[in-house]
Design a protein around this ligand. Sequence first.
Ligand code: KG4
Ligand code: ZN
Length: 342
Amino acid sequence: MTILAIETSCDETSVAIVRDGKDILSNVLLSQERVHGRFGGVVPELASRQHLEVLDDLVIKAVKKASVGWKEIRGIAVTYGPGLIGALLVGVSYAKALAYALDIPLLGVNHLEGHLFAPLFEYPEIKFPTVALIVSGGHTHLFLVKKVGIYKLLGKTRDDAAGEALDKGARMMGLGFPGGPILDQLSSQGGTPKIDFPRAYLGPDSLDFSFSGVKTALRDYLGKNVYSKEELENQLPDLASSFLQAVVDVLVEKGLQAAKRSGVSQIVVGGGVSANSLLRKQMFQKGSEERIDPFFPSPFLSTDNAGMVGLVGCYLFQKGIYSSFDLNPKANLSLSEENLAF
Ligand code: KG4
Ligand code: ZN
């Protein structure tokens, strides 16, 4: 079964053609980094407008690149939450119109399930139950995945998502947007994590996260120790690696704790921050000490893309599941919730 998938939940417009849940024939993407960069964060209204402007072209590109005919496409899968409501609305409305015009079924896909499917697709050896850490600009969630479709929330952030904290921290350091990949690069270029920023573990039993404290600590540090642009520039590699280290330590510690407590020997990591090299390195190092195997998607499938939406779409379509045309986007859709679209 060949399907077309659409992702517009935040600031990436993406369209993919996916066959049988096994082949991503095309996965085209247009990032809005340049549109939002000068504001230091995603501006929801601009994101919706930008999706609207480019979606049509990307659909045509994805179909051409996959070398499929329109008649081969048997379903349209679209992210219907969680995300920015206006941005989701563009994708969902477009998907409805296309499914109606082609007279094929429509399916609403949970974005978080997409992030989870990316590593599941690349590593068929993953066994269930497993623990999953979804860590992105909007989410930092730990799930027990009993099997595909059955998720138990084990913990989540009480304030900022890890990616959001990295982006905001980078902004305080005068870096661009999104800050996560820039901090990644800076710390890989030889920065030493010598500033001891706080790690919030929230008590021995908690699998929740909190990243607001580390942001405040960074702001205080900058206010007390950095008086000029030159000083900031000199300290940037160390600042970046110290800040990143504080965030990564908590992600690795809680992720491995969740696996140990759930009695599983695997952890699946997905979402934009899973592209981070320090997180990958440390999860593998500490994981091997604890005999827990981590699985990370390749970088292109870590950040937002429609390929991952198409993988979920194929899986559900093949089970005969689809949505009605009154599908509505849900900004706060969660993963443990029953799939209300079906
Ligand atoms: O999954 P994603 O593309 O969008 C959301 O669903 O939020 O994640 C975006 C987040 C941003 O906060 C970005 O800074 C972060 O992922 N990110 C990274 C890296 N690449 C993307 N953070 C750290 N290191 C990276 N290499
Ligand atoms: Zn995402």
